[in-house]
Design a protein around this ligand. Structure first.
Ligand SMILES: NC(=O)c1ccc[n+]([C@@H]2O[C@H](COP(=O)([O-])OP(=O)(O)OC[C@H]3O[C@@H](n4cnc5c(N)ncnc54)[C@H](O)[C@@H]3O)[C@@H](O)[C@H]2O)c1
Ligand SMILES: [Zn+2]
Ligand SMILES: [Zn+2]
Length: 345
């Protein structure tokens, strides 16, 4: 089969690999119909995640069809269409039993990370019963690709951990697909104002159409002054960090109101300064989270009922064998006016 293979920082190729096959009776092999590229794949390409080794097939998002199900898989059979969760979970270990699938003792985020991923013609999914979700009949499968990762990530790590409430003023730093997913799902809770901050004017304009009440280009404006101006000098109730670089986390520290919540979503490859000299008496909380994907079934209902329309995040379409071009487009998002790139067979 063909697959997108990582060969160390900055190096990748679309090459021939042995076809994915069952290893355990709880596995399923899924033929990929649609996949995409995550900001995390870009962090891997930058070398921010050194545990990813040479030869790894990348990708942790997608919709596909069951090619073969192991003998212990009871929820799915050959031919079923499925949403692949970016997090693999056995459903039985201590962490799974408390809903923290991200730290499943036998899974967690392993796809396209510690085991081969979804940017390929086929992928092996361990613990298929718990790690796949059925595609409801008649669904728009493009929108469902956003349920693999970005929607649960923006919602769980950003909105839920950030404790967004009615009437709050929130800031989302980073208007990539994950920041946009936080923007869409924050509106379940009717915050009063949503300030979106990025350096990419195109993404900021798109954020407005998705519900941002204010946008700030941090390359052109002083964000702290602008946010304080918008909040009577108080700062925001929730600051969601959806970039993953020191500057944006420190920005969240500068704009958070007393009693506020900084919800980190970004994957960080470098240490960040924690300014306790200014924050120690501010009653703030800081949270981190690897997405658990426990809210995927709920989010699926909101997509099905069109309460949110994540397919609007798709700006570019490629065939699977054009994936190198798709990476190029996503890596140069500002120039290409790209948000989510859909890659399909
Ligand atoms: N915690 C989790 O479980 C989890 C899951 C998925 C993704 N992530 C992480 O979420 C983050 C966002 O993912 P994405 O797919 O939206 O990525 P992306 O690369 O498409 O988006 C990042 C955005 O940040 C903006 N940006 C970069 N530097 C900036 C700066 N200094 N100031 C303001 N904006 C800046 C970019 O213009 C871009 O729009 C990444 O770090 C990704 O690894 C975390
Ligand atoms: Zn991801
Ligand atoms: Zn488990």
């Amino acid at each position: 089969m063909k697959a997108l293979v990582y060969h160390g920082p900055g190096k990748k190729s679309w090459e021939e690999k042995p076809k994915s096959e069952l290893k355990e009776t709880t596995d399923a092999v899924v033929k990929i119909l649609k996949t995409t590229i995550c900001g995390t794949d870009l962090h891997i390409m930058k070398g921010d995640l050194p545990e990813v080794t040479d030869g790894r097939i990348l990708g942790h998002e997608g919709v596909g069809v069951i090619e073969e199900a192991g003998s212990s898989v009871s929820n799915f059979k050959k031919g079923d269409h499925v949403i692949i969760s970016c997090v693999t979970s056995c459903g039985k270990c201590e962490y799974c039993r408390k809903g923290m699938y991200s730290h499943c003792e036998k899974g967690g985020w392993i796809l396209g990370h510690m085991i081969d991923g979804t940017q390929a013609e086929y992928v092996r999914i361990p613990y298929a019963d718990n790690s796949l979700y059925p595609v409801p009949a008649g669904s728009d499968e493009e929108s469902l690709v956003m349920l693999s990762d970005i929607l649960p990530t923006g919602f769980e790590c950003g909105v839920l951990n950030g404790q967004v409430k009615p009437g709050d003023i929130i800031a989302i730093v980073g208007a990539g697909p994950v920041g946009m997913a936080a923007l869409l799902t924050a509106q379940f809770y009717t915050p009063a104002e949503i300030i979106v901050i990025d350096q990419d004017d195109n993404r900021l304009e798109v954020a407005k159409t998705f519900g941002a009440t204010h946008i700030i280009n941090s390359a052109k404006e002083n964000v702290q002054i602008k946010v304080m101006g918008l909040t009577d000098g108080k700062g925001v109730d929730t600051a969601i960090e959806a970039v993953g670089v020191p500057a944006t986390f420190e920005l969240c520290e500068e704009i958070i109101a007393a009693g506020g919540h900084i919800a980190n979503v970004g994957v960080h490859g470098k240490s960040v300064t924690l300014h306790l000299e200014t924050l120690w008496d501010r009653n703030i909380s800081i949270t981190t989270r690897l997405v658990d994907t426990v809210t995927t079934p709920m989010l699926l209902k909101t997509v099905q009922s069109k309460k949110i329309e994540p397919e609007k995040l798709i700006t570019h379409r490629f065939k699977l064998d054009q994936i190198i071009e798709a990476y190029d487009t996503f890596e140069h998002a500002a120039k290409e006016k790209a948000l989510k790139v859909l890659i399909e067979i």
